[in-house]
Design a protein around this ligand. Structure first.
Ligand SMILES: *Cc1c(COP(=O)(O)O)cnc(C)c1O
Length: 457
C-alpha cells in the first residue's frame, strides 16, 4: 500500500498543483508537505498514513454538509443508473429542469445558464451583459466596474474584474482591466465611523463613477457581504442597497457573485437577501453541488433573457461548455437543496455559528488579533505578526494539530462545513488558537514547530 511519502513523491513528479509554487513542496525543502487524502467522511480528511485533519475551510469553500454525505451519494448512484451525461444543446433532462425551477423559485431569477466552475460563471455573466446591451442597440455599453479587492476567478476574462495583484500581475498584458471603485470593507472605519458609514462612502464613490461612465458600462460586479479571497473583507448590507439603486438609475446591470457566499455561508441562503435586493445576474458555484462535482450557474432576469430572444441566431447567447448542465452535477445540487430543507440548515447554522463564536472567544481576544469578525458561518481574524510567511507557517502548524486552515496573508479564517458536532467544534477552536501560538513562537527566529507534520498527527 502506498504511504504518504509514496503518494507525495508520485504526485510531485506528475501533478502540477493549483495556485502553488511547486518548489515549496520540493522533497528536500518540504517547507509545506503535500497531504495525500485517501478518503473523507463528514468534516474529516484522512491521509494514507492514518492521520486525519478537520476540513475547516470546506475544501476551498465548496463543502456544506460534510464529505461523502449519504444522501448526495445516493442521489449520484441513482443518477448513474439512468443518465451520465448528454449535451444540453438540443437536449434536456429532468435534473437540469428541476434544478433550474428550484433555483428560480429561490431567487426570483427565472433563466438558468450553466457553466462548469466559478470562473466560467463570471465569464458568462460578463459576456451576457455586454451582449444584452449590444442587442438593445447600445453596443458602447461594454465596460465593467468592480470593487477593490474583489475576486471573481482567474481565467483571462474573469481576471479583468479580479483585483488581487498576486493573481493578476503576470498576466496584465492579456487582460482588459475593468475600473475598480473603493471597497466598503468595514475595517476601514476610523474614529467613530460605523460599518454603515464606510459602506455609504464607498457607495457614494460607486454612484459618482456610474453617473459619469454609465454610457460605456455594461455591468458592475460585486461579492455581496464578504469579499472572501482578498481576506474575508466584510461590509454593511446598505452598500448593496445603494448599488442596486444606482445601477437601476444608470441602467447598468448588477452582477452578484455569490460563488463563495451563496448557500448559507453568510447566514441567509443567499447573501443579497440580507439587503432585500435582487440582482440582474446571480453567479453560483462552489456549494451548489455540496462540494461533490464541478457545476456553476448564472441566473438572470426576464429582461436580460428577452433581449436575446429573436429570429436572428446571432442575437442568441452562443456560448457553451461541453459539460454544461451535467446530470450528475445537477442531481448532486438537487440533493444539496433537499438537505437545506430536511435539516433546516439555516436555523441550525445560527446555533452552530453562535456556539463557534463563543468557542473562538480566546482567539478573537488574543493580544495579536485585530478585527475579529464574523458573518454567519464565516469567521476571520487579522494577525499582527512579523513573519512574512505567516500563512504558510500557520497552515503547517494547523496540520500538525489535525486541522486544515490556510490563512490569506495575515488573515486567519474558518469557513467550516455545517455539520460539526460539539467535539469537532471544540477541536477546531482549540486547535486554531494553539496553531496561532505555535506560529507566533517562531517569530523569535526559533524553530519551535518544525517537526514533521506526519509524526505529529
Ligand atoms: C472561487 C471564486 C470564484 C471562482 O470559482 P472557480 O470555481 O475557482 O473558478 C469566483 N468568485 C468568487 C467570489 C469565488 O470565491
Amino acid at each position: 500500500m502506498n504511504s504518504n511519502a509514496d503518494w507525495r513523491r508520485r504526485s510531485l513528479a506528475a501533478v502540477w498543483h493549483p495556485c502553488t509554487q511547486m518548489k515549496l513542496h520540493a522533497p528536500e525543502g518540504a517547507d509545506v508537505p503535500l497531504i495525500p487524502v485517501t478518503r473523507a467522511e463528514g468534516v474529516w480528511l484522512h491521509d494514507a498514513d492514518g492521520g486525519r485533519y478537520l476540513d475547516a475551510i470546506s475544501s476551498w469553500w465548496v463543502n456544506l454538509f460534510g464529505h461523502n454525505h449519504p444522501a448526495i451519494r445516493a442521489a449520484l448512484t441513482d443518477q448513474l443508473q439512468r443518465l451520465d451525461h448528454v449535451m444540453l444543446a438540443g437536449f434536456t433532462h429532468a435534473p437540469v429542469v428541476e434544478l433550474s425551477e428550484r433555483l428560480a423559485a429561490l431567487t426570483g431569477l427565472g433563466h438558468a445558464f450553466y457553466g462548469s466552475d466559478g470562473a466560467s460563471a463570471t465569464e458568462i455573466a460578463l459576456k451576457m451583459s455586454a451582449h444584452h446591451w449590444r442587442n438593445a442597440g447600445q453596443p458602447a455599453k461594454n465596460g465593467f466596474v468592480s470593487v477593490a479587492g474583489g475576486y471573481h476567478g482567474e481565467t483571462v476574462g474573469a481576471l479583468a474584474v479580479t483585483d488581487i495583484a498576486l493573481f493578476r500581475e503576470a498576466y496584465a498584458p492579456l487582460v482588459r482591466l475593468a475600473h475598480t471603485v473603493p471597497s466598503p470593507d468595514a475595517r476601514a472605519a476610523r474614529g467613530d465611523q460605523t460599518a454603515a458609514d464606510v459602506a455609504h462612502l464607498a457607495a457614494d464613490a460607486a454612484e459618482r463613477w456610474l453617473a459619469e461612465h454609465h454610457a460605456t458600462t455594461a455591468a458592475m460586479i460585486v461579492e455581496p457581504l464578504v469579499q472572501c479571497a482578498s481576506g474575508m473583507a466584510m461590509h454593511h448590507p446598505v452598500y448593496l442597497q445603494r448599488l442596486r439603486a444606482a445601477c437601476s438609475q444608470w441602467q447598468v446591470h448588477l452582477v452578484l457573485d455569490e460563488i463563495a457566499v451563496g448557500f448559507g455561508r453568510t447566514g441567509s441562503l443567499f447573501a443579497h437577501q440580507q439587503a432585500g435586493i435582487q440582482p440582474d445576474f446571480l453567479c453560483l458555484s462552489k456549494g451548489l453541488t455540496g462540494g461533490t462535482l464541478p457545476l456553476s450557474v448564472v441566473l438572470c432576469t426576464d429582461a436580460v433573457y428577452g433581449a436575446f430572444y429573436d429570429d436572428e441566431v446571432a442575437r442568441g447567447f452562443l456560448h457553451s461548455h461541453s459539460y454544461t448542465g451535467n446530470p450528475l452535477a445537477c442531481r448532486a445540487a438537487l440533493a444539496t437543496l433537499d438537505l437545506f430543507d430536511e435539516t433546516n440548515a439555516l436555523v441550525a447554522n445560527q446555533a452552530s455559528a453562535s456556539h463557534l463564536a463563543a468557542l473562538f472567544e480566546p482567539l478573537s481576544t488574543h493580544a495579536r488579533v485585530r478585527h475579529a469578525r464574523q458573518q454567519g458561518m464565516i469567521f476571520a481574524w487579522d494577525v499582527a505578526s512579523s513573519l512574512p510567511d505567516f500563512a504558510r507557517r500557520y497552515s503547517r502548524a494547523a496540520l500538525a494539530r489535525g486541522l486544515v486552515l490556510r490563512p490569506i496573508g495575515h488573515t486567519l479564517y474558518a469557513m467550516p462545513p455545517y455539520v460539526m458536532n460539539e467535539t469537532e467544534m471544540a477541536h477546531l477552536a482549540t486547535g486554531a488558537l494553539a496553531a496561532l501560538n505555535d506560529t507566533l513562537a517562531q517569530e523569535q527566529g526559533g524553530d519551535a514547530v518544525t517537526q514533521g507534520v506526519m509524526d505529529a498527527v
